[in-house]
Design a protein around this ligand. Structure first.
Ligand SMILES: *Cc1c(COP(=O)(O)O)cnc(C)c1O
Length: 456
């Protein structure tokens, strides 16, 4: 009671949390004696120090684990930092879907049960040109669901050049064995020919699969079989053809001076029976897996009981619908969808942010801190556009007597944490992925990081 009166912030800590904090602090001291045979210091026994430790423990327990960070890495689709940021419209749509009841699975025309999958099917078909579509939890789930539906206990032919592993241990061969499909590798790492597929086709073949090598490129003496060629092979053999596009995009990035990524529309037009892609990579939406394809196969996929386990939730669906609708007006989408904007951001805007940050850091007035604006390159990330170098501006800082890795650590310890990158012993803030409103925040976190860093 007395404690709460003197420290109003402690009044908000639930009893159970406070009890846990006190127990951990006292246990720490007890263990020091029990395990190490160490005597306690005067500091350990000082009530003020004990109280400060309890307060720190309580504060840590009351702080949310999932917390905002400032992405100054320059990696736009940064999987570890949450991949894509959502557009304002998508965020508004989530709010509406979360705060009120919705027609998630209710057909307003008939008053009967509806399907959540129909909410985005029309718009996906409109943009992609596909006959049918459905969405699940993520692209890994989409691939699993497709393989389980069309190729369970049957062979799936994949080029050895396309046996992709993406981060977080998603490997095409592993997903395949989970689905009960049998991997049939053909070709060599650098070269696969149509004849390789042809020779592997037998009565137990269920599917021809093309995997977009999203996070690497095989260069040099290479030959891969195009989707169109695979569709022709599939037609001859009476087999379906699927493409896992990985990232997947509706935008031809070559129009914006970037390296071309195959678009969903092109894969559909080439005649693939199934195409899968992520919602939160280059599409710039929420985590989701999109499947488009021919109506006959999609009807089978929709009836697979696995769909229930991979079901997309209503908040995701709300964000996905708004994101997809934005693509009806591509110039607007390039502005509104943060991932697309960051990938194609005009240099003048990045320069302005760099100048603003350099100025804000200068105003800290710490003689140890040196900063300069420099040219560098950002990355698309998310296993997309692996060879694309995006020219950018960074603010590089050095602090006299303190190494870049200690700066990095101190900035990660701030709330919000600031995540940058280290190059040549300088700590870099890449302004491409920093939002306008975050510049002042970075400067204030550098200031408090500096005050926590002492010469060593
Ligand atoms: C990223 C990726 C996936 C997995 O997509 P998630 O949406 O992260 O589940 C699958 N295949 C390829 C080729 C990818 O690049």
């Amino acid at each position: 009671m007395e404690m709460a009166a003197k420290h109003p912030e402690m009044a908000e800590v639930p009893r159970s949390v406070l009890k846990g904090a006190v127990r951990r602090v006292l246990d720490g001291r007890r263990n020091k004696i029990l395990e190490n045979g160490e005597a306690l210091t005067g500091q350990d026994l000082d009530p003020k120090a004990i109280f400060a430790a309890v307060r720190a423990e309580s504060h840590a327990a009351m702080t949310e684990n999932l917390t905002h960070v400032i992405n100054a890495t320059g990696v736009v689709v940064h999987t570890n930092l949450g991949r894509s940021l959502l557009s304002d419209k998508a965020i508004e749509h989530i709010r509406a879907a979360a705060s009120g009841y919705s027609n998630l699975e209710f057909d307003l025309a008939t008053g009967r049960r509806g399907s959540r999958y129909e909410i985005v099917e029309d718009i996906i078909c409109e943009i992609s040109g596909a006959e049918a579509a459905m969405v699940v939890n993520n692209n890994a789930g989409a691939v699993l669901l497709c393989l389980d539906t069309v190729a369970k206990n049957r062979e799936v032919i994949v080029s050895r050049g396309e046996l992709v592993e993406i981060g977080g241990s998603f490997r095409i061969p592993d997903v395949m064995s989970r689905s009960g499909a049998v991997l049939r590798e053909v070709g060599a790492t650098n070269r696969t020919h149509p004849a390789d597929y042809q020779a592997a086709i037998n009565e137990n073949t269920g599917l021809l699969l093309k995997v977009h090598t999203s996070n690497y490129e095989i260069v040099g003496f290479t030959r891969s079989v195009s989707l169109k060629e695979m569709v022709d092979l599939g037609a001859d053999a009476g087999l379906p053809v699927m493409e896992d596009l990985g990232s997947g995009t509706f935008v031809d990035f070559s129009k914006y001076g970037l390296i071309k990524e195959p678009t969903v529309q092109e894969s559909v037009a080439a005649g693939a029976d199934l195409v899968t892609f992520s919602g939160d990579k280059l599409l710039g939406g929420p985590q989701a897996g999109v499947i488009v394809g021919s109506r006959a196969i999609m009807d089978r996929i929709k009836k697979n009981p696995l769909t229930r386990a991979l079901r997309i939730d209503k908040l995701t669906l709300a964000a996905l619908e708004s994101t997809l609708r934005a693509y009806r007006d591509e110039p607007a989408a390039m502005e509104e969808i943060p991932t697309l904007y960051m990938l194609t951001c005009p240099m003048a805007h990045i320069e302005k942010k760099a100048a603003d940050l350099e100025k804000a850091l200068g105003e800290i007035g710490d003689p140890r801190l040196r900063c300069r604006v420099m040219d560098s390159v950002s990355r698309a990330g998310g296993g997309s556009l692996p060879l694309q170098e995006l020219p950018t501006k960074c603010v590089a800082i050095t602090v006299d007597g303190i190494g870049a890795s200690r700066i990095d650590q101190a900035l990660r310890g701030q709330r919000p944490a600031v995540i940058g990158r280290i190059e040549n012993n300088e700590f870099l803030f890449d302004l491409r992925t920093v939002r306008d409103g975050e510049i002042a925040g970075i400067a204030s976190k550098v200031l408090s990081a500096l005050s926590s860093l002492s010469f060593k």
